[in-house]
Design a protein around this ligand. Sequence first.
Ligand SMILES: *[C@@H]1O[C@H](CO)[C@@H](O)[C@H](O)[C@H]1NC(C)=O
Ligand SMILES: *[C@@H]1O[C@H](CO)[C@@H](O)[C@H](O)[C@H]1NC(C)=O
Ligand SMILES: *[C@@H]1O[C@H](CO)[C@@H](O)[C@H](O)[C@H]1NC(C)=O
Ligand SMILES: *[C@@H]1O[C@H](CO)[C@@H](O)[C@H](O)[C@H]1NC(C)=O
Ligand SMILES: *[C@@H]1O[C@H](CO)[C@@H](O)[C@H](O)[C@H]1NC(C)=O
Ligand SMILES: *[C@@H]1O[C@H](CO)[C@@H](O)[C@H](O)[C@H]1NC(C)=O
Ligand SMILES: *[C@@H]1O[C@H](CO)[C@@H](O)[C@H](O)[C@H]1NC(C)=O
Ligand SMILES: *[C@@H]1O[C@H](CO)[C@@H](O)[C@H](O)[C@H]1NC(C)=O
Length: 540
Amino acid sequence: MNTLRLLYLSLWAGITWAASFHEPYRPQFHFSPTKNWMNDPNGLLYHDGTYHLFFQHNPYGIQDGNISWGHATSHDLMHWEHQPIALLARGYPQNVTEMIFTGSAVADTNNTSGLGVDGKIPLIAIYTSAYQYAQDLPSGKSVKANQQSQSLAYSLDDGKTWSYYDALNPIIETPAAPYEDQWQNFRDPFAFWHDETQKWILVTALSDIHKLMIWTSDNLIDWTVASEFGPVNAVGGVWECPNLFPLPFKADKTGSKWVLVVGLNPGGPPGTVGSGTQYFIGDFNGTAFVPDADSAYPGNETANWMDWGPDWYAATAWNGLPEDDHVQLGWMNNWQYGSKIPTNPWRGAMAFPRHLSLKQDGEKAILLQWPHQNITELRGKERFRRSWSSLRNGVQDLGPQERLLDIELAFADQGKTTSGTSEAGIIVRATSDLKTQTRIGYDFDKKLMFVDRTKSGITDIDKTFPTIYHAPLTPDEHGIIKLRILLDWAGVEVFGGEGESTLTAQIFPFANATHVQVFSKDGSTDDVSLKISELTSIWS
Ligand SMILES: *[C@@H]1O[C@H](CO)[C@@H](O)[C@H](O)[C@H]1NC(C)=O
Ligand SMILES: *[C@@H]1O[C@H](CO)[C@@H](O)[C@H](O)[C@H]1NC(C)=O
Ligand SMILES: *[C@@H]1O[C@H](CO)[C@@H](O)[C@H](O)[C@H]1NC(C)=O
Ligand SMILES: *[C@@H]1O[C@H](CO)[C@@H](O)[C@H](O)[C@H]1NC(C)=O
Ligand SMILES: *[C@@H]1O[C@H](CO)[C@@H](O)[C@H](O)[C@H]1NC(C)=O
Ligand SMILES: *[C@@H]1O[C@H](CO)[C@@H](O)[C@H](O)[C@H]1NC(C)=O
Ligand SMILES: *[C@@H]1O[C@H](CO)[C@@H](O)[C@H](O)[C@H]1NC(C)=O
Ligand SMILES: *[C@@H]1O[C@H](CO)[C@@H](O)[C@H](O)[C@H]1NC(C)=O
């Protein structure tokens, strides 16, 4: 190939690559792969100034399958650079014998694994091997068809390239006694360093029996069971994708509380169908996680939901960040219809990175989630700022707006007035005739915030898609309801109050639906303020 032709081809590839991030429904400030299928975030690691994002990925097509770890990197958690596939399914493309399911990554700064070479810090990924066939492995171990085991891979070039640790894999073949029979659904290892006990900790799920197993290790290779957790609270589906981390909490004598996050599929929050994420707040001493009495409920009727919408799942934590800079990333999709969303040539996006903190309410710790502060880097023009001492009954059209917005809406709780006002809020991605609309607001009587996507555009991908989703939200101490809304080309994320309640939903609106409207239903709403800022694309 001559140089000119090569130059021409790479220019052409560059142009199509850039252009390809403007397809209909391509998230503009949420991460998505260039092409093909993506599900869970994996191996989130901040190392040496770089945020690594690995993810469940099919290198071949737009459906779940051939699962490998895709890779992207960032320096600010906002703008991402796509990287070559990090961990390719074994045997791909001829005959996939082992898929690389969800897991985590750590930097082994003290070379506890002994896998470092020439002073190079090894990055260690621990993931689930999903074996397609009964087979004898290079380590001399034998596995059954459909067995799930935990394996290790390492990188000696800061995460660019990875080696499978074939000499010993899988490092954990089956669950410890008495749960050996759970070898088919044993997955999603989350590893982290526990400074107090100077040990590595690993949390794995025994999905079918709603249990987590907590392991400890000195070297990331040999693991010993320390404790188990569950079943408790929501058990309406398999347990998956656990992660465990401390957050600052002054009221506790250790200055921290621990948060345990568990994905469920199906069995998500009330009113949703499919995937959901619950959490527990409690203490962890290096061996056992003990939930606070007000975080674990007798029976299983109640749960703490991290997000009350249908499209926030498999969330996990960034390793390598300080305790007060805790960031979580969720998959903005749902197994109920994830394979049917109308996007091409990729399928699946990540939710916006969330900063997590704990608020003190007496002795109780309340989990707060908020869009990562670096969202300010994406701020474009302020489009609209207005307040109404009283917003009249009905809908007011604010005209067509940009399609990437950061919206801050606040209004007084109308719960105790005699005006009869039932709801207030904002409508986005609407046609002027309101035939297409996504309605986001607050129900004063039930004290619930909601997202109504029944008329949001393309809704027929699944019978459960056109639904109104609800999340509990109490007014603040001044009687004010606050909603922060991030609007992308294919979804909304709503943060209620200070972030004590969140609701994420994908939407697939028609191109002509660009109007924004405010509403007050069955009466007027007092002290309304609205600020709308444009957001800019992370791909431009
Ligand atoms: C997995 O990859 C193989 C080989 O490239 C391909 O034939 C197959 O269709 C792929 N499976 C899925 C579900 O994409
Ligand atoms: C925000 O982005 C800047 C680079 O623009 C980066 O230096 C900084 O670390 C980011 N902040 C956080 C908290 O990650
Ligand atoms: C794929 O590999 C497995 C395990 O070695 C083997 O049992 C199976 O026959 C192979 N399938 C094909 C189509 O080669
Ligand atoms: C590394 O070793 C130092 C000194 O023993 C210890 O303080 C630190 O916690 C260790 N960190 C990790 C990640 O192993
Ligand atoms: C890490 O440990 C291995 C095995 O003991 C040793 O060969 C290597 O030199 C050490 N590496 C570092 C600090 O790179
Ligand atoms: C409670 O447990 C029952 C029996 O295991 C299960 O059918 C139901 O879905 C669970 N409820 C929740 C909210 O997880
Ligand atoms: C950690 O807490 C568990 C549960 O309370 C307890 O059984 C265990 O002994 C504690 N371990 C240590 C090292 O204190
Ligand atoms: C908006 O677009 C949709 C789909 O293309 C179409 O059915 C509808 O009539 C349009 N509505 C308006 C008000 O233009």
